[in-house]
Design a binder for this molecule. Sequence first.
Ligand code: GN1
Ligand code: MG
Length: 372
Amino acid sequence: MSRINPITIYLMNENLQKIVDQFAICGTIAEIKPLGEGLINDTLLVKTAGDTPNYVLQRVNTNVFPDVDMLMGNIHAVTSHIRKKLEARGEKDIDRKVLTFVPLKSDPEKFYTCVNDAPWRMMVFIADAVTKQAVNPESSEAAGEAFGEFQAMLADIPVALGETIKDFHNMEFRLQQLKDVIAKDPAGRVESVKDIIDELLSYAEEMTLAERLGREGKLPKRICHCDTKVNNMMFDKQDRVLCVIDLDTVMPNFIFSDYGDFLRTAANFTAEDDPDLSKVGFNMEIFKAFTRGYLRSANSFLTPLEKELLPYAATLFPYMQAVRFLWDYISGDKYWKCKYPEHNLDRVKNQLTLFKSAYALKDEMAAFIAAQ
Ligand code: GN1
Ligand code: MG
């Protein structure tokens, strides 16, 4: 039986129009249609008639983001802070350089509404902009600079942000989660992956360095994006970065999150689930380009220790992802969508291979960073 997409049902029922009517948008609605391919939230484009801006309407996935008040509070704090910074330095075209969320007509301080328990929000659609799916050294350098700039602009945000996904990038927590599911072995898969478990756990002490340094007060948490993929930024037609988008995971973390997670996807020679491990490896050209861009904007606030540990960050994220994929495989594939039975296991092997490739290049990375 085919399932009707809930968005389609909303469209059929014309409920979307009623939702949009709750927001203080300019203009009149001409058309509402699905937008993009996001897997977590449901996203629609709201076109208005004439010259008024178009808008993006989104339903937030509360399975992934249970605390929508916190989530929208974070986003409001972050976008307002960035807007002030851009205004202070006399930028033009600010509405394309930071996301603008639309308040409710009934309450200008509120940026989402709940309809049948589902939270909806609206933002201004950024015109004449594109996203990219693939990276090359040029776009990696631009991405490095933009994510570094994003962190730099938020370095002095005056409010404390909440953790929208608790312990999201906490390596100690991710290892504990893995150990807990190994003890339960709900899908009877532990025996078959014993070697992988042993290999991963043999690096556990080394890879939880950040949490220890954090407890010792040597490593600060800063506001990070926490989903630093190249497709989470908008470029203009001249290939210049306009702004960073997809702000749901913005939260306090060690800066390694944004640096390491970008490289995890961008600097792998192949996709994170490619079963052909001979294609997996850490691409130093992408590493160098991204690092050059990142340091150009992040040098202003990075401590010497944070900078020294960037190669550790480049190894931490493939490691963490291997641990998380293995946790899901042993759990019986509950978190990530799988296209075939061993899909998660292929992801584990891929990320473990990438981790070891990056690990072997740590000295080379350190030399490059020291020379910047
Ligand atoms: C999830 O949905 P996507 O692809 O943006 C995950 C990331 C993982 C990634 C691995 C909220 O991100 O942390 O790195 O899968 N996001 C969440 O493919 O768990
Ligand atoms: Mg995205």
